[in-house]
Ligand binder design. Structure first.
Ligand code: SAM
Length: 227
């Protein structure tokens, strides 16, 4: 339990996710959370209809969403994270899925993405933005890297009501503290915090609140960075 507590501190974004958190996230992504990623991938592809070009999965962790998206599209996916430990897991999972030709690994921080302006057709992210220190800066970077005509699907969620209920039931059993963290991350108050940031930086966006989470869909019309 003490170990879990220390990991929770890591998961609050106080420092980069280390080996223990990476192992935990990797295990959970293959068990309790396994149905979540294909369901989210299906939802986002159906909603945004972007199936080719370049996709970046920000805070990709063990790479599960990147893998799920690569499986059902022709997108070339970049699994991006600032934790080397997470990236080691992602690399292994991508290789085991036979998707090394479609998914590449890129190390970096979302506050300073090492990619050109107007680079990606689709930028996705699940469960990572709650750890970003400066959301204004991060979303300005995301906007800069997005191609005109491109979209984002960034947030937190579980893919469907049914999956959500199963995950909650199982996670409550495994880690009673998880429920409070989830409620805080996906609260109305936290959603407002992101809305305020997006209003402040002045981008066109909508928030999809289906399936017990929320997803930020930014559309980019003109090239380059925000003024
Ligand atoms: N997206 C994965 C998933 O849903 O399974 C992992 C989610 S995990 C809770 C959050 C991830 O975001 C971690 O892999 C962490 O290293 C990454 N992360 C947190 N802050 C980041 C930052 N500033 N830049 C890049 N990645 C970050």
């Amino acid at each position: 339990m003490v170990t879990q507590k220390r990991d929770e501190i890591n998961m609050q974004g106080k420092k980069k996710f280390g080996k223990k958190s990476a192992n935990q996230m990797n295990d959970i992504s293959k068990t309790v959370f396994a149905p979540v990623y294909p369901a989210i991938a299906k939802n986002l592809v159906e909603e945004l209809k972007i199936k080719e070009g370049i996709c970046i999965d920000l805070g990709s962790g063990p790479g599960s969403l990147a893998i799920a998206v690569a499986k059902i599209t022709d997108l070339n996916v970049i699994s991006f994270d600032n934790s080397r430990e997470m990236q080691r897991k992602a690399e292994e999972n991508i290789k085991n899925a036979g998707l090394s030709g479609k998914i590449s690994i890129l190390h970096g921080d979302v506050h300073k993405i090492p990619l050109d302006n107007d680079y990606a057709d689709l930028i996705i992210s699940r469960g990572s933005m709650f750890f970003w220190e400066d959301i204004n800066k991060a979303f300005r970077e995301i906007y800069r890297v997005l191609k005109p005509g491109g979209k984002t699907y960034i947030g937190g969620g579980f893919g469907s009501e049914e999956i959500f209920e199963n995950v909650c039931r199982e996670m409550d059993r495994l880690n009673p503290e998880w429920s409070d963290l989830r409620k805080k991350n996906l609260s109305e108050e936290n959603k407002k915090r992101f809305e305020t940031a997006l209003e402040n930086i002045g981008v066109t966006y909508e928030i999809n609140t289906k399936e017990n989470g929320f997803w930020i869909i930014i559309s980019k019309e003109t090239p380059g960075a925000l003024p």
